[in-house]
Design a protein around this ligand. Structure first.
Ligand code: ADP
Ligand code: MG
Length: 225
């Protein structure tokens, strides 16, 4: 079975936090074009606080995701605190009690996170928000996992779709959130939330792939016995 353990995988979330903090300036610059220029600041603040809480020992992936959810929900401002807080808490809830994370569990995680964000934010695909990265990423993951019995290939498809979705926001007019006030003038630039979401999803998928890779040598040794 292609799966990695929930228990030893919380460090994936620390890597996500580092990627967001690294992109602080970039994300705020993008938000400066159609928003108020605070997206990178908001995100970096939340994720560095979360990283402080997570540093030191490895926790289960579900626990680390829940910590990020709590911190974002309570500590960061803007639209993103509650939205990403809800997404991470949704991811965490779906993995609660799961020992081995296989493609089916990973898909449930993505789906639950998406449903939760949409339940509070009401954004649809095409509204020029983070949903435009998350929804196609889930769809590509699920389609690839259904077509081929290959968790890593599904993770690759997720990354490609998230980034394609992010790039697609350039041509969209914002229908929701602060940028919606600009109407047609919001067209022509990336959506900051879709951009941060693509960073999060790439980092999450790469972390999961590294966990699967780390298991491979053991599996092939077992096969040789
Ligand atoms: P604020 O708009 O309060 O300044 P941020 O700059 O941190 O917050 O985040 C802006 C991003 O929030 C947008 O780029 C968009 O992707 C996302 N966003 C806004 N409203 C929603 C919503 N209802 N659902 C999903 N994402 C949203
Ligand atoms: Mg903003």
């Amino acid at each position: 079975m292609q799966a990695f353990s929930n228990a030893g995988s919380g460090d994936i979330v620390l890597a996500i936090a580092h990627r967001i903090v690294e992109n602080r300036g970039y994300l705020s610059d993008i938000d400066g074009l159609i928003g108020d220029g605070d997206h990178g600041v908001n995100m970096a603040k939340g994720f560095s606080l979360a990283a402080e809480r997570l540093r030191g020992r490895t926790r289960p992936l579900a626990v680390s995701l829940a910590t990020v959810g709590d911190v974002l929900m309570t500590e960061i401002g803007g639209a993103m605190g509650p939205l990403y807080g809800t997404m991470f808490s949704g991811f965490a809830d779906a993995l609660d009690g799961v020992e081995e994370i296989d493609a089916a569990a990973f898909e449930r995680m993505l789906r639950h996170g998406l449903e939760e964000v949409q339940s509070i934010g009401n954004a649809k695909v095409g509204d020029k928000t983070l949903i435009d990265a998350l929804a196609p990423a889930l769809q590509a993951f699920a389609a690839t996992a259904a077509m081929r019995d290959d968790f890593a290939a599904a993770l690759d498809a997720l990354i490609v779709a998230a980034e394609k979705g992010r790039d697609g926001t350039i041509d969209l007019v914002a229908k929701i959130g602060r940028a919606a006030r600009l109407g047609e003038r919001s067209r022509g630039v990336l959506d900051p939330g879709a951009t941060s979401c693509a960073i999060i999803l790439r980092s999450l998928a790469e972390g999961a792939k590294a966990k699967l890779d780390a298991l491979e040598p053991r599996k092939s040794r077992e096969a040789q016995r």
